[in-house]
Design a protein around this ligand. Structure first.
Ligand code: CU
Length: 195
């Protein structure tokens, strides 16, 4: 009885926490349209990430990985179905996750659990033009931008955060913000250097 009361108070106090958001635009040097970026916020001090429940799908369709950029929480299992008539392969040489799923045909699915943080570049050894990025994050607070760079990252409990922008063609940049209220904090972010 005492325990369930404690649980109830805990749940109510969680509901009572107001969450804020950051919102704005990621800008690129010299170009208006540059494809999507990932914006993610890590709490300061850093908090341990909870094991994610959701299974995420990165499809192979029309000779492309879909989505091309996939941010996930560390520990997430990603399924790689093949939805094309042709055979595909998925492999990565990235230090955050080395793997090779071999060659497989339409209707087959293979999967990988990403257990280290970092950028994982995916390639197919049959189609050299195929590529994708899995960004393995130690935070549940992330979003992807529109093609023009607009973003809104909601659900941030009050506190300090390091906000980072990742893009496949630019060096990541970071800045600090403090969320104090249940509102949208405007935050423009500018990528500077190609990589
Ligand atoms: Cu392929």
């Amino acid at each position: 009885m005492k325990f369930s009361l404690y649980l109830l108070i805990l749940i109510l106090s969680r509901i009572g926490v107001q969450a804020g958001a950051i919102k704005g635009k990621v800008n690129y040097p010299g170009v208006a349209r540059h494809g999507i970026a990932v914006v993610y916020a890590e709490r300061i001090p850093k908090e341990p990430v909870l094991p994610p429940g959701a299974l995420v799908i990165l499809d192979q369709v029309n000779l492309k990985f879909n989505p091309h950029v996939l941010p996930i929480v560390m520990g997430t299992t990603v399924r790689f179905p093949n939805s094309d008539e042709v055979r595909h392969n998925v492999f990565s040489f990235s230090p955050a996750k080395l793997f090779n799923l071999g060659i497989y045909r339409k209707g087959e699915t293979r999967q990988v659990t990403f257990d280290q943080p970092g950028e994982v570049v995916l390639l197919c050894n049959i189609h050299s033009e195929m590529s994708a990025y899995v960004l393995v994050l130690e935070t549940p607070y992330f979003t992807v931008t529109s093609e023009e760079g607009s973003y809104r990252l909601p659900g941030l409990p009050p506190g300090k955060y390091a906000v980072t922008v990742w893009h496949e063609r630019f060096e990541s940049i970071s800045t600090q913000v403090e969320i104090t209220a249940e509102r949208d904090l405007p935050l423009g972010l500018k990528l500077m250097h190609s990589r």
